[in-house]
Design a protein around this ligand. Structure first.
Ligand code: 8YV
Length: 312
């Protein structure tokens, strides 16, 4: 019998169609109440296809006794019940590396935008304010100090880009990275105090929940800029809003939020904040590579019994 695939949430039309053409698929989002559907039919499925956005909960997994692999679109797996999957010997794959460039590019874009105030300047020109006076002076990027929280694959690509801007780089990880020559800072507030820009590229999940809280934001200070291309959960969003509205933090470039797609109302009116709707990996080029990697993982699992890029 052909293996049965449960597709959790819609991706692009092309992806959905390709999956349905190549495999025997049920699209969960079309089945009404998801858990009620799985109570009745969960036992039929061998493989799950999901994404970083839709995830795959423990409640779903508990209703699916025969699942053997979970193939996810996206590098982050904080929304997937990986501990339970591991306990049950279920393989989990994500799509690492293929999106590093785009996420690192966006981090640099947000950093430059916040510092040089490109979005604010654009609003200024569109509002017809230029004839009435010059746009206020902004702050230089090149040669500044960059603190990276989470020097993993994406963090290293941010650091590499920053070297082209003659920036000094230090980082904070749980442990020093033996392969890296950048300065390791075990004390996160100390890194924030040193840095002009603090860029977050660490994974989401329980281990990094609200890692960036009021003391770290205060250490970054009224001239410091926070860039988050990681997960909304890494930042205490209320503390961030307070720091920004009270002028205790210089600015922020945010691609991710605590309760996407909701963005705190207070951020919408702040001119020193650049907001993006979780577009880190969102280019045609990268999304296609992510798609190919999901299909390659699925194929490898079905043909050889092993996914190619397992989550560790
Ligand atoms: C999402 C992401 O995967 O890769 C990740 O972890 O957050 C993004 O690339 C994308 O929005 C699709 O869910």
């Amino acid at each position: 019998m052909a293996p049965k695939v449960l597709h959790i949430g819609p991706l692009t039309e092309r992806f959905n169609q390709r999956l349905a053409d190549e495999h025997e698929v049920v699209q969960l989002w079309r089945q009404g109440d998801a858990l009620a559907y799985l109570d009745e039919h969960g036992g039929q499925f061998d493989v799950v296809v999901t994404s970083a956005r839709f995830g795959y909960s423990a409640a779903m997994l508990a209703r699916m006794p025969n699942v053997r692999a979970i193939c996810s679109f996206g590098v982050g797996y904080d929304a997937i019940a990986v501990d339970l999957a591991r306990e049950r010997g279920i393989q989990v794959s994500s799509t690492p590396d293929v999106l590093n460039d785009c996420v690192a590019d966006l981090a640099m874009g947000l950093l430059i935008d916040c510092s040089r105030r490109i979005s604010a300047a654009d609003r200024f020109v569109r509002a017809g304010l230029w004839p009435a006076g010059n746009f206020p002076l902004a702050r230089k990027v090149s040669g500044k100090r960059l603190g990276i929280v989470g020097l993993g694959r994406i963090g290293k690509d941010v650091a590499r880009r920053a070297s082209g801007f003659d920036m000094q780089v230090r980082y904070h990880n749980r442990r020093p990275d033996a392969d890296s020559s950048y300065g390791f800072e075990p004390d996160l507030p100390a890194l924030a105090r040193w840095a002009d820009f603090l860029v977050l590229t660490c994974p989401g999940g329980a281990a990094t929940h609200h890692l960036i809280s009021a003391p770290v934001l205060d250490a970054l200070g009224p001239e410091g800029i926070l860039i988050n291309v990681a997960r909304g959960s890494v930042v205490d969003e209320q503390a961030l809003v307070s720091a920004l509205t009270e002028g205790r933090l210089g600015g922020a470039g945010l691609d991710v939020f605590q309760a996407e797609p909701s963005v705190p109302e207070a951020l919408l009116t702040l001119d020193n904040v650049v907001l993006a709707p979780h577009i880190g990996s969102g280019t045609l080029d990268t999304r296609l590579q992510m798609e190919e990697l999901v299909f390659a993982n699925l194929r490898a699992f079905l043909d050889e019994g092993e996914v190619l890029t397992p989550v560790v």
